[in-house]
Design a binder for this molecule. Structure first.
Ligand SMILES: C[S@@+](CC[C@H](N)C(=O)[O-])C[C@H]1O[C@@H](n2cnc3c(N)ncnc32)[C@H](O)[C@@H]1O
Length: 473
């Protein structure tokens, strides 16, 4: 990539933007519904991604829902050029990307013109006036039924990251060349992470932080703590800024925090529910040394009392695997579900993944819904407004997703799936197979094309792709 005039740090070193499940409008829809609001169905929504880099997160949504109207912008001309290349290779007709400045974007996008507005990884990494403009823009473009997502490095954990930033900038801040800078950061962190004999608790925390940073890709190391701006935010300040612009804190979109904006199920109604949830969430931030937040905003007042009926007609997808001892596993977590009828239903739902099942079919009483909501808060299951927008079985003329083929065509190896995940596919024969499955050929015809997959294995390989949400209807 060449460096354009007015190059930003993100033009010099491309940010490895990917898809972010926590920004997925299905998730935002479910949380808004739980608050008694009337969000727009994602498949027909107008979606804006602010500072989206290549906006691949948005492209994945556009590929998933051909009926949505997806817009994204970023200040980095290189990032947007790459996003446009992917969108064009994928023939995504419902995407418009632009090189735009957050401070000017209100001139491009009319008031109330989006139902979902996403600003991931922007708010704490820009100067104060751009941060203020990000909130003002979100409020300006968000429709009355809309949900806005703003993530940021949070306090008080941000203090720890700021200590690392200060030390790093002091040690290597004079190095301008990106490669040399990244190498110097790694050297510094490797040395810093080494335990010392008299480490107190803070030193141990910082050494752990250095370890964590070493796990990041080079480009993330280059930008996150070491970019020109790094201003972790207090939840209260973010909420107050939203309020000053006419936005109301809904809840957090992150794992464990999705019920931050709701009153505990058995709690008495406080005089001021908005203040009660904000106070509890802030205290939780202090207690957990919170360092990242993903705050949702709305324009209509949410009802903060949990009414499970509001989610009863949603759909569920689950990756939890049942084990021989009856418990479930999700990543390294072991989950026990005491109600055997519900456990069985969840086992059956997981067997269908990435397809979804209607909650009405599996959760026959409020106690079940309550368990499912907790599982959702932990990200063990996901809730959706309806069935999956991709097929459960291969069609007569199998067709891989447009974005899958577009990304393959321009040489990307990490492909976006239709369930808003990513999958690394480097094997040439699998890439050839997915390209050949373009909806014009039967399985038998694909088998004769010499993709490198043995003809007799073609059906099984395509079926496996279907089970990975790589195929469209
Ligand atoms: C940390 S990156 C995050 C990118 C992407 N949203 C993600 O989470 O992977 C911050 C992004 O904000 C963009 N940005 C910074 N200032 C901006 C501005 N004034 N207008 C538009 N985009 C801006 C940068 O170019 C960069 O792509």
């Amino acid at each position: 990539m060449t460096t354009p005039p007015n190059a930003t740090p993100y033009d010099r070193v491309a940010y490895p933007t990917t898809v972010f499940p926590q920004t997925h409008p299905d998730r935002l829809f479910a949380l808004a519904r739980l608050a008694g609001l009337d969000p727009v169905l994602p498949q027909e929504a107008r979606i804006l991604e602010i500072g989206g880099g290549t906006c691949v997160n948005l492209l994945a949504m556009a590929a998933m829902w051909p009926g949505c109207d997806a817009h994204g912008f970023d200040l980095s001309a290189n990032a947007i050029a790459r996003g446009q290349e992917i969108a064009e290779a994928s023939s995504l007709a419902n995407v418009t990307l632009a090189v735009e400045d957050i401070c000017e974007a209100h001139l491009r996008y009319p008031a109330g013109s989006f139902d979902y507005v996403i600003a991931h990884g922007v708010y704490a990494w820009v100067p104060d006036h751009v941060r203020a403009a990000t909130m003002a823009l979100t409020a300006h473009v968000l429709s009355d039924r809309g949900v806005g997502f703003i993530s940021y490095n949070a306090m008080p954990g941000g203090h720890v990251r700021k200590i690392m930033r200060e030390m790093l900038l002091d040690a290597i801040g004079h190095i301008d060349d990106p490669e040399e800078r990244i190498a110097a950061v790694r050297d510094f962190l490797e040395d810093y992470a080494r335990p010392r004999e008299r480490d107190d608790l803070l030193a141990k925390t910082l050494r752990q932080q250095a370890e964590n940073m070493l796990l990041r890709p080079d480009a993330v190391l280059f930008h996150d703590e070491l970019g020109p701006f790094f201003n972790p935010q207090r939840l209260r300040d973010v909420v107050a800024e939203g309020q000053a612009n006419g936005l109301i804190f809904l809840t957090d979109a992150g794992r464990n925090r999705q019920l931050d904006g709701f009153l505990p199920e058995d709690a008495a109604q406080p005089d001021d529910p908005d203040e009660a949830v904000l106070d509890a969430a802030s205290r939780d931030d202090y207690a957990s040394l919170r360092y990242f937040r993903q705050t949702l905003f709305v324009k209509q007042p949410p009802d903060r009392s949990i009414d499970l009926d509001r989610i009863a007609n949603l759909w569920l997808s689950s990756k939890m695997r049942r084990q021989d001892d009856g418990t479930f596993k999700h990543g390294d977590d072991v989950i026990e579900i005491k109600d055997e009828a519900l456990a069985l239903a969840l086992e059956q739902a997981a067997a269908l993944y990435p397809q979804r099942v209607a909650l009405a079919q599996i959760a026959s009483d409020p106690a079940h819904l309550s368990v499912i909501l907790k599982l959702c808060t932990e990200w063990y299951v996901s809730l959706h407004p309806g069935p999956a927008p991709f097929p459960a079985a291969l069609s007569d003329r199998p067709c891989s997703g447009v974005l899958v083929r577009g990304m393959l065509e321009i040489g990307e190896t990490t492909l976006c799936t239709l369930d808003h995940g990513v999958l690394k596919i480097e094997q040439p024969e699998l890439r050839a197979l997915l390209m050949a499955a373009d909806g014009t050929r039967s399985v038998a015809e694909i088998a004769t094309l010499g993709t490198g997959i043995p003809p007799e294995d073609t059906l099984a390989a395509l079926t496996a792709c279907c089970a990975k949400a790589l195929m469209q209807a």
